[in-house]
Design a protein around this ligand. Structure first.
Ligand SMILES: Cc1ncc(COP(=O)(O)O)c(C=O)c1O
Length: 376
């Protein structure tokens, strides 16, 4: 019983502080919380195509280093390297595991990694596995980063940033970061989880949009967001790929992706080549509608105006943000509260995710409901 009691105590303490989490499936609500920015997870054409594919195998049957490797994986990696203008590509089962594998394998004793203060939890967990040391710099603050780089110890230096921040929806100053990295001999690692398929000439991401592909040591793209699927890829040199095959523990000690999953990703990337520009234009239209209404309803003090799919309503306090989320749920909207400790105290917010397949009327209805809540 002692063990059960421990769990109950910790859960009760979490609940008391308004931090309890739960699993919910509420398809009857209008969703503003999905990362499916281009609507590809439910795309009929892709689902139909997937149903027509014939697979002789489901599970990979092992790690890629054992029985789990398959030529279809190499074909997908070649397709991804070409699409993202990279020398090589290496698949990971999720973006979380990609960060874990990359950072824990690179950061050796004596090395230092500098990461943006808003880094995703997967980076924090990766650092627990890594042997080197790591320091946060203030969000998007190049001066703070440079001050720390100037004091860096002797070993190798790395800088880790997200190109589009998952919680704030703003962008990293990638060009200036690349300059700084080069000046201080640091390797730049860029997590493009939320920019994948949404930015860049063909949807390749923000690094490609800015023409920086050759100046980034490693890029992580995830497939669970705008690609509407599951999994991740790390892009970099062939030496990096070979190194990760030898040292990235999540790749070595975990079963590889299933074959239908590989097939799905091949289909989605081909679809993105054909239809990505149209979907991105549709997303832009939703964004323009949101930005115009934000002005019209005088909501600019609480709503962000990011140039991308991720917006937020800043509503400080775990209890307060939960109450706002519950109020909006009563009005038929699904917006998840992002609370401390996921974000720093005082920066609690509801994330608003815009999608290419969203009704403009739903965006209007949400902002009107918010306006009424704020004004009451
Ligand atoms: C910036 C960032 N990196 C990595 C991940 C993890 O990706 P995945 O969902 O594929 O594990 C996420 C997802 O929440 C993320 O926001």
């Amino acid at each position: 019983m002692k063990h059960e009691e421990r769990l109950q105590e910790r859960l009760a303490a979490y609940a008391k502080r308004g931090m309890q989490r739960s699993l919910r499936h509420r398809p009857e609500l209008i969703s503003f919380s999905s990362n499916d920015y281009l609507g590809l997870a439910r795309n009929r054409e892709l689902l139909l195509q997937l149903g027509q594919e014939k697979y002789e195998q489901m599970g990979a049957t092992g790690s890629r280093l054992l029985s789990g490797h398959h030529p279809a994986m190499l074909e997908l990696e070649q397709q991804l390297a070409q699409f993202h203008e990279a020398e090589t590509a290496l698949l990971f089962n999720t973006g979380y595991l990609g960060n874990l594998g990359l950072v824990s394998a690179l950061l050796q004793r004596g090395d230092t990694l500098y990461y943006d203060a808003l880094a995703h939890a997967s980076l924090h967990d990766a650092l627990k596995l890594a042997k080197g040391q790591a320091f946060a710099f203030a969000h998007n603050d190049l001066q703070d980063l440079e001050r720390q780089l100037a004091l860096a110890p002797k070993g190798l230096r790395y800088i880790w940033v997200e190109s589009l921040y998952s919680m704030d929806g703003d962008r990293a100053p990638l060009g200036a970061l690349a300059d700084l990295a080069e000046r201080y001999g640091a390797a730049l690692l860029v997590d493009e989880a939320h920019a994948t398929a949404c930015f860049g000439p063909n949807g390749g991401g923000l690094v490609q949009e800015l023409g920086l592909s050759q100046r980034i040591f490693a890029r992580l793209h995830t497939f669970g967001k705008a690609v509407g699927s599951h999994g991740a890829v790390i892009l970099g040199s062939s030496t990096l790929r070979q190194y990760l095959i030898n040292f990235a523990r999540p790749l070595i000690y975990s079963t590889a992706m299933s074959l239908p999953q590989i097939g799905h990703l091949r289909l989605v990337y081909r679809y993105l080549e054909r239809e990505g520009a149209r979907l991105r234009a549709e997303l832009q239209q939703r964004l323009a509608h949101y930005l115009a209404l934000r002005e019209k309803l005088a909501l600019s003090t609480i709503l962000t105006a990011n140039q991308g799919p991720i917006q937020a309503i800043f509503w400080p306090g775990n209890r307060e943000v939960l109450a706002l989320s519950e109020h909006l749920e009563g009005q038929g909207f699904d917006l998840r509260p992002i609370r401390y400790p996921t974000v720093p105290r005082g920066q609690e917010r509801l994330r608003i995710c815009l999608r290419a397949d969203m009704d403009l009327g739903d965006i209007s209805a949400l902002l009107e409901a918010l306006g009424a809540y704020v004004g009451r």
